[in-house]
Design a protein. Structure first.
Lengths: 393, 302
C-alpha cells in the first residue's frame, strides 16, 4: 500500500543489486560480442534460467532487505524482483495478460475482479503447508474476497485512518480534539479551525478511499453502492474542500514528518513511516495514527499466481516461504504493516505486536470494513463524484 | 563497360517506391496498427475478462457475428466532464502555444541573426536541456515552485513576502511547464525558417526607405509564416494530450483530457470508453493538422 518511493528504498535496492549481480556479470561479458549474438544468447539464457527462478512483482518498499536473499539460500531459486506503486498499474498489466510474473500482490478490492476475469491460477494448497500459520479470524474476513483462499494468500494487511500532529492539533482544537473521529477531516467547523490555525489537511487522491469513510461518518454504510449515498458523501467533502490543502496519495508522508501539514487521511504504514521520520529528525512534535471510531477500511494485499506464470512451482515455494513465521515477522518489522501470520507473533518485536494502531484490538477490528469490488456502473459514479469534489465540474 | 555502369546505376537509383517504403512501414507499424486497435476497442463493450473488453468478431455455428457498440461515443456526450476536459486541454495548449511563440520567435530571430560561429553554440544551448530526462525536468519545477521551494524561499528571505505564494498545483504551473518543455520545438523550426530568409529582400526594403520595424512586419514576419505554423503545431498537438505535466504540476481544478483518459482507463477500468475518448481527441487534433496541410500545399503551389 505504500505509494511512491520512501527512504527505505535503499533496502530494496540492495536486494535488487544482490539478485541481479549474476546477471550483471553476464551482461558485461556479452557487451564484447556483437549485438545480434548478445540478444540471441540472452534469450537462450533466460529460457534456460526459467527452471530455477521466480519472478515477483510487489509493491515498492514492501519487503525486508534480506528476505529474497534468504529465500535463494533456502531453495536455490533465484528471484527476479520488480516493484510497482499502484494497484492500477498492476491491474492493467494483469488484464493485458502475459505479464511474465510468477507472484503478484494486488490489494483485496482489485483481486476479486481479477479472479473473475480469470487472471489467476488456482493455488495448490498441498504445496503451501505453511498456510496453517494464518490467522483464522482474518481468513474469515477474507471469505467474501476469495472464498477458501482458492486464488490468493494474504501478504500484509493494514487500515486507512488519520495521521495527525499531536501537539499542533491540540494547540488549535484543545484537549478534546476529535482525533478518534473522521470529524477531524470532514467536519466544516473543525477543518476551518485547523485551516485558520495554519494547520494543513491532506486527503488521499482516490474516490474509493475517501468516499467510504465520508459515508461512514454520515452514518451510512461505507460500502453503499447507492448513487444518493455516494453523492451525499461527495457533498460532505465538497463542503470542506477549501479547507483541504491537497489531495495526494503519498506526499503526506514527508509533509507530515516536516510539519508542512498536520492532519492527513492516509494508509497506516505510511503514517508510521512519517512518525518515524519526524522522530529521527528530532522534530519538536510527534505524529500519531488513529483508526476513527465511525469505521475505517481494513485492507489486505494478497499474493496470487498469474494463470500464465512461467514457474508456478517456484511461485508456490515463494508464497510458502513468506508464510514462514520468522520471515513474516522480519517483513513486518521492516515495513510496519501487520502480517496475517499468528505463528509469527512470537518472533515479533513486542512494541509492534502490542501497538494497537498496527494490531488493533477486537473492538476496533469489529468496526473495520473490507472494501469490495464494485460493478462498473458504481465505480463510474464513484470516480465521477470524486472528480466533481475535486474540480467542481 | 559504360553500358554495365548505366545498368548498375539504374539498379541502385532510388526509386520512388523505395523512398516511400520506410516511412510507410513506420506509419503502418506505429500509427495505423495501434490506431486500428484503439478504434476496435472503442467499439467494444467493457467486460470482466482478459482483455477487459468484449470481442467484436465472433465466429461460431458457421456464422460470423460482428457486434459494434457505439454507446461509448454517445456516453461521452451525456456528461459535461468530457467536454470540459477537451475544452480545458485546448485552452491550456493554445495559451501555451501563444506564449511559446512570443518567447520563441525573438529567440529564433536572434539566433538566425547571430554571427555564424555563434549559431551552433546557441542551437546547442536550446537543445541541451532536452538531454536530461523530461520527467526530471518537470520534477525540478516542482522543487522550484512549491511552497517550500526555491522561489518562495528566496522571496521570503528577501522579505518581499510573508507567506508563500501558491504556484505549484495551479494552471499557471501547468502552462509554465508546457512552455518550458516545448519551447525548443517552437524555436527550431522558426530558426530553420529564419536562416533561409533571403537577405537581399531586407536590403531591398531598406533601399526603398522602409524602417526596420516596418521591414520586420511587412517582410520578415510574412516570410516566416511557415516556421510559425510548423512550430505552433509541434507545440499545440502534444500539449493537448499532455498527461505528465498536468499530473505533476497541475492542481485539483486542472481538468485536462489526458488525466480524464487515465481515470477512465485505470480507475473505472473501462478500456472502451477510454479508447473512445482517445479517438475523439485524435479527431479534434486532426482539424489543425488538416489546416496545416492545406496551408502547406497552397504554399507549394505558389
Amino acid at each position: 500500500m505504500l505509494e511512491g518511493p520512501g527512504e527505505g528504498d535503499a533496502g530494496y535496492q540492495r536486494n535488487q543489486v544482490n539478485n541481479n549481480s549474476e546477471r550483471g556479470v553476464m551482461m558485461s561479458r556479452q557487451s564484447k560480442l556483437s549485438l545480434a549474438v548478445a540478444a540471441a544468447s540472452l534469450a537462450l539464457m533466460t529460457g534456460a534460467a526459467h527452471a530455477n527462478e521466480v519472478r515477483v512483482y510487489n509493491w515498492s518498499d514492501y519487503i525486508a532487505p534480506d528476505t529474497l536473499e534468504k529465500f535463494t539460500e533456502a531453495t536455490g531459486i533465484r528471484v527476479v524482483y520488480d516493484v510497482y506503486d499502484s494497484n492500477e498499474v498492476l491491474d492493467a498489466a494483469m488484464l493485458s495478460g502475459r505479464s511474465g510474473y510468477d507472484v503478484v500482490v494486488p490489494s483485496n478490492h482489485y483481486l476479486t475482479r481479477q479472479v473473475s476475469a480469470g487472471v489467476y491460477r488456482e493455488l495448490d494448497h498441498d504445496k503451501l503447508p505453511n498456510m496453517v500459520n494464518l490467522n483464522p479470524e482474518l481468513m474469515d474476513d477474507l471469505e467474501s474476497i476469495d472464498p477458501g483462499s482458492r486464488h490468493s494468500i494474504p501478504y500484509m494487511w493494514g487500515t486507512n485512518g488519520i495521521g495527525y500532529n499531536v501537539e499542533r492539533v491540540e494547540a488549535i482544537l484543545g484537549e478534546d480534539a476529535p482525533v478518534d473521529s473522521w470529524a477531524l477531516i470532514f467536519d466544516p467547523e473543525v477543518t476551518t479551525a485547523l485551516k485558520e490555525g495554519g494547520c494543513g489537511i491532506s486527503m488521499l487522491d482516490s474516490g474509493d478511499e475517501m468516499l467510504s469513510p465520508a459515508m461512514a461518518y454520515l452514518g451510512l454504510s461505507p460500502l453503499s453502492e447507492e448513487t444518493a449515498d455516494l453523492e451525499a458523501a461527495g457533498d460532505l467533502i465538497a463542503a470542506v474542500r477549501d479547507n483541504i490543502t491537497y489531495f495526494h496519495s503519498s506526499r503526506y508522508i514527508s509533509d507530515l514528518a516536516n510539519g508542512d501539514i498536520c492532519v492527513a487521511a492516509g494508509y497506516s504504514g505510511d503514517i508510521f513511516q512519517a512518525a518515524d521520520r519526524a522522530e529521527e529528525a528530532g522534530r519538536d512534535f510527534t505524529i500519531a495514527y488513529s483508526i476513527p471510531k465511525e469505521g475505517a477500511a481494513l485492507w489486505f494485499d494478497m499474493m496470487a499466481i498469474p494463470a500464465d506464470a512461467p514457474n508456478p512451482d517456484n511461485a508456490h515455494a515463494f508464497i510458502n516461504f513468506i508464510l514462514e513465521p520468522e520471515i513474516a515477522a522480519a517483513i513486518t518489522e521492516y515495513v510496519v504493516y501487520a502480517n496475517p501470520n499468528v505463528a509469527a507473533n512470537e518472533f515479533l518485536d513486542p512494541d509492534i505486536l502490542n501497538d494497537t494502531s498496527i494490531y488493533p484490538d477486537q473492538e476496533v477490528m469489529d468496526n473495520l470494513y473490507v472494501a469490495e469490488e464494485k460493478p462498473l456502473a458504481v465505480q463510474r459514479v464513484r470516480t465521477r463524484t470524486w472528480n466533481r469534489v475535486k474540480s467542481g465540474i | 563497360m559504360s553500358d554495365n555502369l548505366v545498368r548498375l546505376r539504374r539498379l541502385f537509383k532510388p526509386r520512388r517506391g523505395w523512398v516511400i517504403a520506410v516511412p510507410l512501414l513506420w506509419l503502418t507499424l506505429f500509427f495505423l496498427l495501434p490506431f486500428g486497435i484503439v478504434f476496435k476497442i472503442s467499439l467494444s463493450e467493457a467486460a470482466i475478462s482478459i482483455p477487459p473488453y468484449s470481442a467484436i468478431l465472433d465466429y461460431g455455428h458457421e456464422t460470423l457475428n460482428i457486434v459494434l457498440t457505439f454507446s461509448n461515443y454517445l456516453f461521452l456526450t451525456t456528461d459535461t466532464l468530457y467536454i470540459s476536459a477537451y475544452w480545458g486541454s485546448v485552452k491550456i495548449a493554445l495559451l501555451a502555444t501563444v506564449l511559446c511563440l512570443l518567447l520563441g520567435y525573438p529567440m529564433a530571430y536572434a539566433m538566425a541573426r547571430a554571427p555564424m560561429r555563434w549559431q551552433l553554440v546557441l542551437l546547442l544551448l536550446v537543445m541541451l536541456p532536452s538531454w536530461t530526462s523530461f520527467l526530471i525536468r518537470v520534477y525540478a519545477w516542482m522543487g522550484i515552485l512549491s511552497n517550500n521551494g526555491l522561489i518562495n524561499n528566496s522571496l521570503i528571505w528577501l522579505g518581499w513576502i510573508d507567506s508563500p505564494i501558491r504556484m505549484l498545483n495551479t494552471n499557471f504551473a501547468v502552462i509554465l511547464g508546457i512552455v518550458y518543455a516545448y519551447l525548443p520545438f517552437m524555436v527550431l523550426p522558426l530558426y530553420a525558417n529564419l536562416t533561409r530568409l533571403d537577405g537581399s529582400l531586407l536590403e531591398a526594403a531598406s533601399d526603398l526607405g522602409s524602417r526596420k520595424l516596418n521591414t520586420f512586419f511587412k517582410v520578415t514576419l510574412p516570410l516566416s509564416k511557415g516556421g510559425i505554423v510548423a512550430g505552433s503545431m509541434l507545440v499545440f498537438i502534444p500539449a493537448v494530450g499532455e498527461y505528465v505535466i498536468p499530473e505533476l504540476l497541475g492542481g485539483p481544478n486542472t481538468v485536462m483530457i489526458g488525466k480524464v483518459l487515465w481515470e477512465e482507463f485505470f480507475h473505472n477500468r473501462d478500456w472502451p470508453v477510454a479508447s473512445a475518448l482517445a479517438m475523439v481527441m485524435l479527431a479534434i487534433l486532426i482539424i489543425p493538422i488538416a489546416l496545416f496541410h492545406r496551408y502547406q500545399s497552397r504554399e507549394l503551389e505558389e
